[in-house]
Design a protein around this ligand. Structure first.
Ligand SMILES: C[S@@+](CC[C@H](N)C(=O)[O-])C[C@H]1O[C@@H](n2cnc3c(N)ncnc32)[C@H](O)[C@@H]1O
Length: 338
């Protein structure tokens, strides 16, 4: 049964109580500098890199060596040109110890129509993929796509170089044999994700569609792995992870978004009665509350950070609380003795 954990606070501080190398995937969309400063605050672009590095140093520590960090972000245009803070951030993250393994593009299939004097509609965002090592977990088969029309057109007209392994003419060391793909129904995808921007949750001004974290969770984790979203907002990543049978932890500095995430995933606030070693559950005899201790937060560290009072667990079979209402069971929390 996957566990879902929602924690309120600044992710840089909250993560200090997490164990090293305990997370399989970090997938997140942070504040895009000061674009939403009226809703949840913002960071001026000139200060963004320093602000981010203070937090990503914790991401680096808690991520497993086989893990991935996917950062969905897009720089705004200001005074007639694109800001460069994201490019500066990529360079700074490399210096911090990350490998900039890939850049995926989220192509927003349904972006709004509009007219600007010096550019066209912005219909894509970056999904920067960082890792700690060159070899990392990647389930490529999990995101294969139907071969589609490309095969009909391209494979009908195979040239002489297509039926043998054809080595790159520019000396890249790569080669291909297109005929190998004849009669295959599925192909590996490209690094461009064509996803609509719609999302079920209209209560958060900057939510991404659930299909976005879903794709990366399938690609970079297995069932039972742990996914972290340190800027969780309305809980989209947690929902995706829950559906796919992964454990998930979401952090947001605003309590209202933590509540939104809990509602989205049907998690309940409960008080920890007694901490048991990971793997054993605390099953209350009296009220049926059920708590598990998350593997990523050690008891000592949790106590130090004051994070012993609340923990949310969820199972797929648990019914969702009615939107806007406190779950019935949570009105009488158990007294914390730990
Ligand atoms: C772009 S939104 C995330 C939206 C999310 N992907 C979703 O689908 O709802 C960024 C979130 O980061 C939160 N945030 C900003 N600074 C934070 C910090 N230092 N620590 C944790 N959360 C923070 C904001 O409150 C906001 O909800």
């Amino acid at each position: 049964m996957p566990t879902i954990d929602v924690i309120q606070g600044d992710c840089g501080t909250v993560l200090k109580s997490f164990d090293d190398a305990s997370i399989d995937l970090i997938v997140t969309s942070p504040p895009y500098a000061d674009r939403r400063k009226k809703t949840y605050g913002g960071i001026p672009p000139e200060k963004y890199v320093d602000w981010f590095l203070e937090r990503s140093v914790e991401f680096l520590r808690v991520l497993k060596p086989t893990g991935s960090f996917v950062l969905n972000i897009k720089e705004k245009a200001e005074n007639g040109e694109r800001h460069t803070y994201v490019i500066e951030l990529i360079l700074a993250l490399r210096k911090q110890g990350w490998l900039w393994t890939e850049e995926y593009i989220w192509h927003k299939r349904n972006c709004y129509p509009g007219k600007w004097p010096n550019r066209f509609r912005d219909s894509w965002e970056r999904c920067l993929h960082f890792t700690k090592a060159r070899k990392f977990k990647m389930n490529q088969e999990a995101v294969m796509v139907p071969m589609g029309d490309w095969a009909d057109a391209r494979l009908k007209s195979l040239g002489k170089n297509d039926t043998v392994r054809f080595d790159s003419q520019v000396g890249s060391g790569f080669g291909k044999n297109i005929a190998n793909w004849l009669d295959r129904p599925m192909a590996f995808p490209t690094n461009v994700l064509h996803l609509a921007t719609e999302c079920g949750n209209k209560n958060h001004s900057a939510a991404f569609p659930q299909s976005l974290p879903e794709w990366f969770i399938k690609l970079f984790t297995d069932v039972g792995d742990t996914v972290l979203d340190p800027f969780v907002g309305s809980g989209t990543t947690l929902k995706a992870a829950q559906l796919l049978g992964r454990n998930a932890i979401g952090i947001d500095k605003l309590e209202e978004y933590c509540e939104m995430s809990r509602r989205a995933t049907g998690t309940q606030m409960v008080l920890l009665q007694e901490q048991k070693p990971y793997g054993q559950t605390n099953q209350s005899k009296t009220d049926g509350f059920h708590q598990t201790k998350h593997p990523t937060i050690s008891r000592k560290k949790a106590a130090k950070s004051g994070r012993t009072e609340a923990h949310d667990t969820v199972g797929p079979e648990k019914s969702l609380p009615i939107q806007g209402k406190t779950p019935r069971n949570s009105t009488k929390p158990r007294k914390a003795t730990a």
